[in-house]
Design a protein around this ligand. Structure first.
Ligand SMILES: *Cc1c(COP(=O)(O)O)cnc(C)c1O
Length: 426
């Protein structure tokens, strides 16, 4: 184990990590169900679904079968002017799950590229129509990925300060707290009335990286209505919320108004292979058809439409069609609702909340709050020593485990969280 860590230290640069101060990485060699194992055989409950992606647990036999069967047939092929059964099947199935209008599926590699594609599509849509609409609107605290376009419509903070001079300008609406929804809508209306907006991009119902911040679906409906009245396109970033995370299959299932473009990734491939999707309407697609090549959407990635990733995504959809998965999700929501009561009883907790399969709350602390709060490292370390892997966002502690988590595993996670909260008061 020390050999692996030594070699890691020598050769590997980890994401979102400050190597000068972060501890040694956890060396994981095996995953099964909700559990991850290190080389010494210690197990850890994967309470954040391996960065929010795993939905059916690790090493699922159905996923494994789909992957090896597909590998035997076709591993990868160029996707420009070439098609294959798994991509078509996936596109067909997802558009059947989405509102009827959302029927054109564009493949890419991850959540950030899905955002880039959505932004580029929106901008080029207006360009192709010969209409000058070049501004984008987002919500304060947003996270849409780490590429330049995605950063440009995300929260401007310490994370991306060095790059800020290179961002394009975007308009940020204040976060819609219950008490300022009307104000936010009136600000949005004033902006939309300029007719300068190409698109509005939002994480529907809950902002993930901002700290699992929930807002009302009724507000979102109003905002989408305003955008549509003023002809701005609406992008829902369902990279985090898709595939059952908020209790419904998509977060938009809780909304009356529907987007023109939706992005998917994370849970899409059950947390097994990287893939992103940007799904839009026939109407938007039509604006790219022309005798002229430059009207086309000239964007693509080497691994676009990778058959293995598509096969895994299809196998994951098969699992979602099983009653067992629906029951697991319903059960996890119920456990969350019970557990949040216990957690809310602790004196150093505020804003306890359940958003479907996500349980979240803030720790009241004298220390700095927000992402750079020291609570994050202490909670991470405390949980890890007790066999639970979670990754708090600053003083926001949350869990979003695979749906197959067992009652015993779930109870252990909650016991560890409560133990941590009490340890702070000693
Ligand atoms: C994680 C995330 C992204 C970025 O996805 P990556 O696959 O990490 O690039 C975009 N939007 C939301 C809402 C996310 O949670």
């Amino acid at each position: 184990m020390t050999d692996l860590i030594d070699r890691d230290k020598r050769y590997v640069w980890h994401p979102f990590s400050q190597h000068a101060t972060d501890g040694i990485p956890l060396p994981i060699v095996k995953g099964k169900g909700t559990l991850l194992y290190d080389a010494d055989g210690n197990s850890y409950i994967d309470a954040n679904s391996s960065w929010w992606v795993n939905v059916h647990g690790h090493g699922h036999p159905e996923i494994q079968r789909a992957l090896s069967e597909q590998f035997a047939e076709l591993d990868h092929v160029i996707f420009a002017n070439v098609t294959h059964p798994q991509a078509v099947k996936l596109a067909e199935r997802l558009s059947n799950r989405l509102p009827a209008d959302l029927s054109k599926v564009f493949f890419s590699d991850n959540g950030s590229t899905a955002t880039e594609v959505a932004l580029k599509m929106s901008i080029q849509y207006w360009h192709n129509k010969g209409v000058k609409r070049d501004r984008l609107m987002a919500i304060e605290g947003a996270y849409h990925g780490d590429t330049f376009g995605a950063m440009s419509v995300g929260e401007r903070d310490l994370f991306n300060r060095p790059f800020e001079p290179y961002f394009f300008d975007a308009t940020y609406l204040p976060f819609p707290l219950p008490e300022n929804e009307e104000l936010v809508l009136s600000i949005a209306q004033k902006h939309f009335e300029t007719n300068e907006y190409a698109a509005l991009i939002v994480e529907p119902i809950v902002q993930g990286a901002a700290g699992m911040r929930k807002y009302s679906s009724r507000f979102l409906d109003e905002l989408v209505r305003l955008a549509k009245q003023h002809e701005a396109l609406v992008i829902f970033d369902e990279v985090m919320t898709g595939f059952g995370r908020t209790g419904t299959f998509f977060a938009m299932d809780q909304c009356l108004e529907k987007p023109d473009i939706v992005t998917l990734s994370k849970g899409l491939t059950a947390g097994v292979l990287p893939m992103g999707l940007t799904i839009t309407t026939e109407h938007i697609f039509q604006a790219f058809l022309s005798e002229r090549t430059e009207r086309a959407f000239l964007h693509g990635h080497s691994y676009t439409g990778n058959p293995l990733a598509c096969a895994v995504a299809n196998a994951s959809l098969d699992l979602f069609e099983q009653e067992e998965t629906t029951n697991s999700i319903a059960q996890l929501i119920k456990w969350n609702e019970e557990a949040i009561q216990l957690i809310a009883n602790e004196t150093n907790v505020y804003s306890p909340r359940v958003i479907g399969t996500i349980l979240a709350f803030e720790v009241n602390t004298d220390e700095k709050v927000g992402y750079f709060s020291g609570i994050r490292n202490r909670a991470y370390q405390y949980a890890l020593e007790r066999g639970v892997l979670m990754r708090p966002l600053g003083n926001t502690i949350f869990i979003n485990p695979p749906y197959c988590i067992t009652r015993d595993e779930y109870t252990q996670v909650i016991d560890v969280i409560i133990g941590f909260l009490r340890s702070l008061q000693e």
